[in-house]
Design a protein around this ligand. Structure first.
Ligand SMILES: *Cc1c(COP(=O)(O)O)cnc(C)c1O
Length: 401
């Protein structure tokens, strides 16, 4: 290429792009030539390697994180009317899977620093629900926003105290750790699973895909069976030599299995996960350093004992008006940006079904109003990072004089 910087000035900076190299392409092509396209040896190998990468015991590869969370809730025995606890500051998927099973999503507000669920409020709410007995409290669903892990020691203690399962939405959190403990590690005495996303824009991708990781062999077995029509035996071996045609339908399951084509991508992406994370860390460090100069910009507050996956870089400004102004400015500068997240209680379905008001979750409502996600992806060039910094700085400079 003749001049990268000229090209970059002319072109838009995308909000997110996958980081696919020749090795990924070769691995997918090899899978196509192998004639085994759907769930088979590559999916099994991806499960093994992913479980190792997160210190997990059992892993079940599926076609999305949404599917993984649905299967996890089903496997831990969520029933209609049960209460499932999560923050409203998340994507549609985390709560919709609760509704799939007829259970009730109980929203708990967030802490302003990390944008993760406020565990003090969660403890209060669990105690209140126990006293009122208005439903069976069943599961806590922590979401590790941006890749900053929730304090899981505290969540596990609440789960033990109130006899709850834990299903983690780790869509942003591969690889991430807190106090040296990787997201994916779950103690044996806690029932539940950790669910990952390999959607195109996530930290590693299989185009569409997900993984359920659990210390519990029964949860893994149930999820695996339900991911493939509730068949009693793992049916990918049905068509291989030595496989049998006989199977039993033990439950009306779903169709959530991951293809070998997708797993082929995942195997290479998994090997590159640390290298890609280091690139995102460098981008975050550059943003942090440059934006520290401006009073009107708040950079992400990552606890000192956390290694974030840096799936998102959520910048915060003074208020909603400033946020909208920054978004318009970035759009004019042709820089992709986004807002994470429009809290679930503000969406028509949850508002109309449960009668929520914006002020029911004041921290989520306020922080959403002043949040802007900037591009942070491993395939980003230095020139692209500089363009984002220049555009944000020129906007912020108007206020700081
Ligand atoms: C992307 C995302 C999901 C859904 O992941 P899929 O693999 O697309 O199902 C769930 N939760 C959060 C917080 C996400 O950002």
């Amino acid at each position: 290429m003749s001049d990268d910087s000229l090209v970059d000035v002319a072109d838009a900076v995308p909000f997110a792009l996958p980081d696919i190299g020749e090795r990924e392409i070769a691995e997918v092509v090899q899978t196509l030539r192998s004639n085994w396209l759907t769930t088979g040896p590559k999916a099994r190998l991806f499960e093994e390697r992913f479980a190792q990468a997160v210190n997990g015991r059992h892993a079940v590869a599926v076609n999305s994180c949404t599917a993984a969370m649905h299967l996890a809730l089903e496997a831990v025995g969520v029933r209609a009317g049960d209460l499932v606890y999560l923050s409203p500051y998340t994507f549609a998927a985390t709560a919709e899977v609760v509704r799939y099973l007829g259970a009730t999503p109980v929203f708990v507000d967030i802490e302003p620093d990390t944008l993760n669920i406020d565990l003090g409020l969660l403890a209060d709410r669990l105690e209140n629900d126990r006293l009122r007995g208005s439903g069976t409290s069943r599961v806590i669903m922590p979401v590790h926003i941006s890749g900053v892990p929730v304090d899981m020691e505290r969540v596990w203690n609440l789960a033990r105290q109130y006899d709850l399962a834990v299903v983690e939405d780790a869509a942003h959190a591969f690889p991430a750790s807190r106090r040296g403990q990787l997201v994916g590690t779950m103690p044996e005495d806690v029932t539940g699973a950790v669910c990952y996303s390999f959607y195109a824009t996530k930290t590693i991708t299989t185009a569409e895909g997900g993984m359920l990781v659990t210390p519990d062999a029964e949860v893994a077995e149930r999820a695996r069976s339900m991911s493939l029509h509730g068949l009693s035996r793992v049916a990918w071996s049905r068509y291989s030599a030595g496989g049998t045609w006989r199977y039993d339908i033990a439950a009306p399951g779903y169709k959530y299995n991951l293809t070998d084509m997708a797993a082929a991508l995942g195997l290479v992406q998994l090997e590159r996960a640390s290298e890609m994370k280091e690139k995102r860390e460098l981008i975050a460090a550059r943003y942090d350093k440059e934006f520290a100069a401006f009073q009107h910009l708040e950079t992400p507050r990552v606890p000192s004992d956390v290694s974030s996956a840096w799936h998102l870089y959520v910048l915060r400004v003074e208020n909603e008006q400033a946020r909208d102004s920054l978004v318009s400015h970035l759009q004019r500068e042709r820089i992709g940006c986004s807002v994470h997240f429009i809290p679930l209680h503000l969406h028509s379905y949850y508002r109309d079904t449960y009668g929520y008001l914006p002020e029911d979750y004041p921290v989520a409502t306020r922080e959403f109003g002043r949040a802007v996600s900037l591009p942070i992806f491993s395939a980003m060039s230095e020139a692209q990072v500089s363009r984002v910094i220049d555009a944000v700085s020129s906007w912020a400079g108007r206020f700081d004089g």
